[in-house]
Structures are given as C-alpha cells and as structure tokens.
Write a protein that binds this ligand. Structure first.
Ligand SMILES: Cc1cc2nc3c(=O)[nH]c(=O)nc-3n(C[C@H](O)[C@H](O)[C@H](O)COP(=O)(O)O)c2cc1C
Length: 153
C-alpha cells in the first residue's frame, strides 16, 4: 500500500497540473474525480447552491493518507461535496488529509475552512494549502516540500 493517494477534481486544468506534478514527483497514485460534462454557466449556477453534491465517478481512498486537490468555486464545488459524502457514507477513515485548494483570488479562506470542517468527519488531522492560480508554477516546489514534511516522506 502506498503512503498516500492524490485525488483531484479539475475543470480548467490547474488542479490536474498540480495533481500530476505531485503524483509524479512523490511516486503516488493519481485518481481523478470525474463529474458529468456540464457547461460553464451550469457549473457556475450549481456552485452557488450550498452543500449540493453532483454524482461523479470516483474511487474510494485506499491509503492511510489522502491528498485532495480541487478549485475554489463560489461557495460549493459539487463534485468535491459528492466525494466527501461518498467517503462519509462508506465509513472511510484516514490518518491525515491534505487539502489543496486552487483559487482565482476571491474569498478562498472561508470556502477552504468550510471544507476543512467537513473533512474532519473523515480524519482527525486536516491540513490546508491554498494556491493562487496565477502563482501555481512558482509555488509547486514549496507545495511539494509541504507535502513531504506533512507525510514524513
Ligand atoms: C464555477 C466556477 C466558480 C469559481 N468561483 C471562484 C471564486 O468564487 N473565487 C475564486 O477565487 N476563484 C473562483 N473560480 C476560479 C477557480 O477557483 C480557479 O480558476 C482555479 O484555479 C480553477 O482550477 P481548475 O483549473 O483545476 O479547474 C471559479 C471557477 C469556476 C469554474
């Protein structure tokens, strides 16, 4: 069993870039959370509805630790809310969860804190790393070090 898995949801490719960078550099499995295809305006509207899950293709975490990368969407990211509910329903318990939130530049803190609180149902130890979209490339190495430190790898 690997030390952790990298799960991600990405709509425009930023979180996918982060997931692939981390998975490749740390030699960890990368797993995609795949919602149905919807146009941008539909996602934008859905992202305003609190706690709404949208059923998505996702496997369950198999390792003791989870790295989860997803975008900041208004007040709700329905594929991630679905993934959280799926894990909760299946009784997933993890040692540590490292949440990485990619954002454009607007109200990322309360959004991220909201997900930290949710994921506490699955683990006693949640860590958060916020990464601004336009600083992604320059922050990748410090993110990698942060993961290594937190997972002791
Ligand atoms: C539906 C939608 C809503 C968004 N809402 C916000 C927002 O409220 N605040 C913000 O900083 N960025 C917002 N963004 C921008 C994304 O968080 C940012 O572009 C992120 O890097 C996208 O990651 P991705 O390329 O992996 O999809 C939104 C993007 C989408 C598609």
């Amino acid at each position: 069993m690997t030390k952790a898995e990298v799960f991600y949801f990405s709509y425009t490719g930023t979180c996918e870039r982060i997931a692939k960078f981390l998975g490749t550099n740390l030699n960890l499995p990368i797993k995609k959370i795949k919602p149905p295809r919807l146009p941008y305006l539909a996602w934008l509207a859905l992202s305003f509805i609190p706690r709404l899950p949208i059923p998505s293709k996702a496997s369950l975490p198999q390792s003791e630790n989870l790295i989860l990368i997803f975008p900041k969407w208004t007040i709700n990211c329905p594929p991630i809310t679905y993934f959280y509910l799926l894990c909760k329903k299946r009784g997933v318990k993890l040692n540590k969860i490292l949440l990485i939130v990619s954002y454009g530049g607007f109200r990322e803190e309360p959004y991220a804190r909201h997900y930290v609180k949710k994921f506490k149902d699955l683990s006693d130890e949640i860590k958060l790393f916020l990464i601004k979209k336009k600083e992604t490339e320059e922050k990748l190495l410090s993110l990698l070090e942060w993961i290594k430190k937190n997972l002791e790898i």
